[in-house]
Unconditional design. Structure first.
Length: 541
């Protein structure tokens, strides 16, 4: 008997079926990957297994876990199943953990809820510490009293793994457990899941859109499209001989080629000279500064016309702080020269006038677009500030042209951000930046929240815009596969300092530093090669 048996599962919101006639099995000690693009029904299928569907959703069909009928299970037995027989790891640990409770308490709570006898407080604390150690915390004793916001993304996901494994489950459901993480931390988390599966004989259901993860960590794979499973098979067989066109499309969805050629003798657009960004650490009732964090420490770089400089490193390496400093959005030491003019100490009024030439595209398109504004209002916002002499008709024409350039139809003008997919929302964000015809654009992880196939489309769009307009890009990312497709030069940051820089192909073919080699190995080989305790910016008393 299989650990999971799903037959003809259908999930509907009223008359609309979002999952239809899905069937699969999962055995103990096996990893089954459920893959597909956003909206394919992967997560709803996973939530159905523990009856965690959102309000309004109705599941029909058959779901059996260890021979027990889940859909007909009484509520009390269902509570014992969740967190007992089956553990679940969600995509975003920050929203899954209670921000008001220390992590030791949250792990201990998962144990106490499924233990019949009342355990003493000290025993619960020891059990929580052991679980955190098993989840990869080398300093579990000191982390028990930490709050979620005091941990990095990878550490928070380790807490979620500790909670999911608290009661020795037979089944572990991991729903996009590494999407929000750096490639090195992603590799560590996946290696940890593999180790726990082997040690405990778990059945692991891995939900992901990343086929690179599937190839390295799964035994079998089921491909979903539009709520249906279109292909299943052993991983090696499916990757070698995919049968369905959709599977072949997913496998081919990898950014190819490199950046557009540089113009002859490109002129510098922006240069940073010995830039530092420091944040004060304030403690006590009077909030006095007790030290400072060096988010960026003595970094210099130049971005030329038509050039993309890739700024890479893990979370906490100072990438985004450097990008903000170059736009004058963060106070910085040193000099920042935009077309020869030092903007670091310009009065705000003069700097505001230059902002049309310096734009930014953020990581999360849904969070960076106002949900209360139409697409036309969003894209036209910069025009209202920097080109006040335009008539309403001229402004409308420029917005429509910007949307057409990024591949969106004119009927998108009157719609709202929630009516678009993630990739379409990012195209809107790019149009908002491009409508002002900037010279320099900071791209802050613009593809990290997107499916691989959509990432490829956005990379192609950014390359075309750069070739057409001679744009200078500072491309901030931890994903070296994307960086390789876009960047002419690469600067590697760690703890706010430059550890390596040079032409992109030289960096990829012959990295000189261990840290750079670790990033490349994690991105292209899925190897977990860095320490568990993720690096962050340095602290100075």
């Amino acid at each position: 008997m299989s650990l999971i048996e799903v037959e003809n599962l259908t999930v509907a919101f009223g008359e609309r079926r979002v999952v239809e006639d899905v069937s699969f099995t999962l055995d103990r000690g096996e990893t089954l990957a459920l893959v597909g693009e956003s909206g394919s029904g992967k997560s709803l299928t996973a939530l159905s297994l523990l009856r965690l569907l959102p309000p309004g959703a109705v599941a029909t069909g058959q779901i059996r876990i260890d021979g027990r009928d889940v859909l007909g299970m009484p509520e009390r037995e269902l509570r014992n199943l969740r967190g007992g027989k089956a553990g679940m790891i969600f995509q975003e640990p920050m929203t899954s953990l209670n921000p008001l409770h220390r992590i030791g308490r949250q792990v201990a709570e998962a144990v106490s809820l499924h233990t019949k006898a009342t355990l003493p407080r000290d025993a619960l604390r020891r059990r929580a510490m052991t679980l955190l150690e098993q989840a990869g915390f080398p300093d579990a004793t000191h982390r028990l009293d930490a709050f979620p916001h005091q941990l990095s993304g990878g550490q928070r996901q380790r807490v979620m793994i500790a909670i999911a494994l608290a009661n020795d489950p037979a089944l572990l459901i991991a729903d996009e457990p590494t999407t929000a993480l750096d490639v090195t931390i992603e590799a560590q988390i996946l290696a940890l899941l593999d180790a726990q599966k082997a040690a405990r004989g778990l059945g692991l259901l891995l939900i992901t859109h990343d086929l690179g993860i599937v190839q390295q960590h799964a035994d079998r794979v089921a491909v979903m499209k539009a709520g249906r499973i279109v292909e299943t098979g052993e991983v090696g067989q499916l990757f070698a001989r995919p049968q369905h066109p959709y599977t072949r499309m997913l496998l081919a969805a990898e950014p190819k080629g490199g950046p557009p050629p540089l113009p002859l003798n490109p002129a510098p657009v922006i240069a940073a000279e010995s830039v530092g960004v420091h944040f004060a650490i304030r403690r006590g009732v009077l909030r006095r500064a007790q030290g400072h964090v060096r988010a960026v420490d003595d970094v210099s770089l130049v971005v030329r016309q038509g050039e993309t400089v890739g700024l890479v490193g893990e979370s906490g390496s100072g990438k985004t702080s450097m990008g903000f400093a170059m736009l004058g959005l963060e106070h910085a030491e040193g000099r920042i020269l935009f077309e020869g003019q030092d903007i670091a100490h310009l009065p705000e009024r003069r700097l505001r006038a230059m902002r049309a030439d310096m734009q930014i595209v953020f990581q999360d398109p849904f969070g960076s677009l106002s949900p209360r504004m139409t697409v036309e209002e969003i894209v036209a916002e910069g025009l209202r500030v920097h080109e006040r002499g335009l008539t309403a008709a001229q402004r409308h024409a420029k917005v429509a042209a910007a949307l057409a350039e990024v591949g969106l139809p004119e009927n998108a003008l009157e719609r709202y951000p929630h009516e678009f997919s993630g990739g379409q929302r990012q195209r809107i964000a790019i149009a908002r930046a491009m409508v002002l015809e900037p010279r320099f654009v900071v791209l802050d992880e613009p593809t990290s929240a997107l499916d691989r196939s959509v990432q490829t489309q956005i990379v192609d769009l950014l390359r075309r815009l750069q070739a057409d307009h001679g744009l200078a890009y500072l491309f901030i990312s931890h994903d070296l596969r994307i960086v390789r497709a876009l960047a002419h030069r690469i600067i590697v940051l760690r703890r706010g300092r430059v550890v390596e820089e040079g032409p992109a192909e030289e960096i990829f073919e012959n990295p000189q530093q261990d840290y750079t080699r670790a990033l490349i190995a994690a991105a292209f080989e899925g190897k977990a090669v860095l320490d568990v305790d993720e690096p962050g910016p340095s602290f100075v008393e």
